[in-house]
Design a protein around this ligand. Structure first.
Ligand code: MLT
Length: 275
């Protein structure tokens, strides 16, 4: 765990050209991208950044203090942390891809630093803010996780994140998700829930983006369903060129349920971004 407030960056492979930066979902870490990384063609650099309090990254409170972004948990702090980590590596332009919470952070990056985002991939996520009931539920979960100091309250996500097909046929994926969730610290889980609860609607940020993008969604995603993907695709198509990829037989975790179409979509986006 880093003590300097800098987010943990994993360079999956060195390379030349425009970097691809991958942001993970909740309550997970960079490992949810491993299957996709293994399938990505070409020799561009591929980096995964771990978000505050998850994986090997420092606590959200420490990231915020190092960046001076204020004490309240926020995805703006996560976005500033990712931008700082890229700057520290001399990266000022990249293709940014985020799944679910990683997508919320990618949209916050796009709002804060549009010049950095040369291409955007939004996977199994949504641009709208939470309804008040969802926000209250997140705050309740954050309080419980902190009070019990365990991640038990979010363990059900090992199945909820998957589509019906995977739930029936892929017990290995349930076991993988369970072990990844158990590896996360309660403090990071609580901080992330509070940060997600506070996020605004960023649909207008997508409408302003004139670059290339792709929206990927599992056909069986019950958390951020295909209708949410269509809304983002419509917004990204106002000024930019977007693609919508609906992945059959997959739920919210397209990167581990069906990594092949995800890798193809990202590879194609990178080619468009380089043109
Ligand atoms: C995720 O996969 O990151 C979460 O499901 C996001 C969320 O809770 O909105």
């Amino acid at each position: 765990m880093r003590a300097d407030g800098q987010l943990e960056v994993h360079e999956n492979r060195p390379g030349t050209g425009l970097p691809l930066v991958l942001l993970h979902g909740f309550p997970l870490d960079r490992r949810m991208w491993d299957d996709v990384v293994d399938l990505l063609p070409g020799d561009r650099p591929v980096l995964t950044v771990e978000l505050p309090g998850l994986g090997r990254s420092p606590r959200g409170e420490d990231v915020a203090e190092a960046l001076g972004t204020g004490p309240e948990p926020s995805l703006e702090t996560s976005a500033a942390g990712v931008l700082g980590a890229l700057r520290a590596r001399g990266i000022d332009r990249a293709v940014i891809a985020g799944l679910s919470m990683g997508g919320y952070v990618a949209m916050a990056i796009l709002e804060a630093a549009p010049d950095v985002v040369v291409g955007l991939a939004l996977l199994d996520t949504r641009s709208g803010a939470d309804a008040s009931s969802a926000r209250e539920n997140r705050l309740r979960i954050a309080d419980t996780v902190e009070r019990t100091w365990t991640v038990d309250e979010v363990l059900d996500m090992r199945t909820a994140l998957l589509g019906e097909t995977s739930r029936q046929q892929r017990p290995d994926l349930v076991a993988r998700l369970e072990s990844w969730i158990r590896d996360q610290g309660p403090g990071g889980v609580a901080w992330s829930q509070r940060a997600m609860a506070a996020r605004p609607d960023r649909t207008s940020v997508l409408r302003r983006f004139a670059g290339p993008s792709v929206v990927v969604v599992g056909e069986e995603d019950e958390i951020t369903p295909p209708s949410a993907a269509e809304e983002m695709f419509d917004a990204l198509s106002v000024r930019g060129e977007s693609e919508l990829v609906v992945v059959s037989r997959a739920g919210h975790m397209t990167t581990i349920e069906r990594p092949e179409p995800v890798a193809s979509a990202l590879a194609e986006l990178c080619l468009r971004a380089e043109r």
